[in-house]
Design a binder for this molecule. Sequence first.
Ligand code: BGC
Length: 739
Amino acid sequence: MKTTVKLFMAIVALSCAVACGEKSSLPDYLNPEVYVEARIDDAMSRMTLDEKIAIIHAQSKFSSAGVPRLGIPELWTTDGPHGIRPEVLWDEWVQAGWTNDKCVAFPALTALAATWNTDMAALYGKSIGEEARYREKDVLLGPGVNIYRSPLNGRNFEYMGEDPYLASRMVVPYVQGVQRNGVAACVKHYALNNSETFRHTTEPVVDDRTLYEIYLPAFKAAVVEGGAWSIMGAYNLFRGEHACHNDLLLNKILKGEWGFDGAVISDWGGTHDTREAITNGLDLEFGTWTDGLTMGKTNSYDLYHLADAYKKLIESGEYTTKELDDKVRRVLRLMYRTSMNRDKPMGSLVSDEHIAAAYTIGAEGIVLLKNDNNILPINLETTKTIAVIGENAIKMMTIGGGSSSLKVKKEVSPLEGLRKRVGDSAEILYARGYVGDTTSVYKRVDSGQRLADDRSEKELIAEAVDVAKRADVVLYFGGLNKAKRQDCEGTDRESLGLPYSQDKLIAALAEVTDRVVFVNISGNAVAMPWIDSVPAIVQGWYLGSEAGNSLAAVLVGDVNPSGKLPFTFPVQLADTGAHSMGQFSKDGEEYYGEGLLVGYRWNDAKDVAPLFAFGHGLSYTTFEYGEAKINRTTMKQGGEVTITVPVTNTGSRSGKEVVQLYIADREASVMRPEKELKGFVKVELEAGQTKNVEFTVDSSALSYFDDKSHSWVAEAGEFEALIGAAADDIRTSVLFNLK
Ligand code: BGC
């Protein structure tokens, strides 16, 4: 039978089957995955060389061409991980000025990771996928899962923290939630994009074991378990080649070892060499000639590496169409899954559900770091005056920071959220305290705020101190913002300390009252030299559209905090592996000398106490852990053991606790981190209630990556399962043996 006839019959049969709701029991030849491959074969057999070349590179800042002659539409991508970017002009970074492209800003990915709740990741993916779908985007440029290696990385706020296991568990439901909408997730930035300032020229020097154990797992999970349809190459180099056309990362690992069948998309301007782009795994080129992302008006898409230059090399006979056909097949597959997917839902934009999702995820991600004398939650029955101090109480945080900048329908500031929630119950006084970033227009999106203030530091502090003196409690909203050299793409931070003399201001406040609550708005750890004089500390992240409502709910106790840190807060920079034993943010080779000892692995190995540990987070109630029990103390290779621990809510209100399982290899023949996260369960408990939390441990949780055999090895011997409330708060443990 001719392909076209077969195809026709398949389409007819498929339509009947789908109409009868029989999709799940379809025979192979009607299974969309198989059927799509037939459609791709058919399309490829009809496409000319020019048409093939046209679909593997951009045609505008965010779109690539289809094949109009065959009815194949264009492919539209959009940033980013936290919301759908405003429409931009055809070939520029700035917004086009549409009036119907305002979105919901969801909490930044650090906040999502801090929920330690995979249901929240699923809700996030579903909601942002629906927004992307409604805006007719085919590829969402996110989520980001680069590992938090140093608190100075300007882009940490877009990622999911320092631990490969946590990031892996959180990225999978996000990807699946997005893709259920017929929108591809584009997991970024693969791989080792762990600093910003020299992102185009830095070349991390990392050994295989560290690569496989720390920096790759979240990408692998997104691809293998999440089924990601696309992935974005990183800007940096690795072992002599840029990551966007890197034989090892793309051909060998991603497409070889992990069996990735989707498309590799270059980061914007991340393609540098035509021959490498042809052979080393890149499928779709975007953003070339953007000259460090500053230019853009004069792009000439025919000049792209995978455009005329490639065509000439094929015509001259230097390359056959072997590589081209593979790229085209992958791009067409991406299109059949997205732009040409006939089953996709309609999507929705700024729906009540999406606003509610942003609120819930935000509230669940807030981390209560310190709460001496139970100063929080604020008791509105006894509190008459609340002082709100700090620029971050009023500043819009959904603009700025680079490609994740958004144009929102609404953003509730902390001050607004508190005013609304507190109402007439207490008087709220506000003082700015410091002047930080007064930018209000970003890529032509205007926040509408006018933040210029020419008062001197002395005047600002004096006003804040005066307001603090008159209040029963001081809520200080400070931290970082989305300006350059803070939490911002393209630059790294210059120090761990708070900017704009905030330390001085906080110390001045703490002198006049012992009731200061520091709410840190950031995607990064900051130093807190004044920590002993401030009784309560809250990690407030960038929470998006509903920021103020989520924060108010936690501060007054409507929501009992249950977030846990997805990364370590060091006391000082030298307490971080990257800064103690490694190099950070370098032009050229950058040694990851700390190897596996990233985050809490460093604290454990060097016996360095953190300011706040990975996994730390308090609640307005208390939890007690009973003794862990194991179903058998000997585990066979390939087998598993089950560990159970009773957890009781010993306080007077309901709450959620993240019970964490770390595994320690007690008899390793190689260096292994002291302990590594291998499980977590978020459990909800009423006051007085006890639940048994169960963990299943299999050999994957016990393995290390053996670079000699290039495989994961679980060595026979003794292991310990440590269960606790944070990396530095292990409550119970049990030993077992692997045969
Ligand atoms: C960023 C990506 C982003 C792309 C498109 C790049 O500069 O690194 O994360 O998706 O621009 O805006």
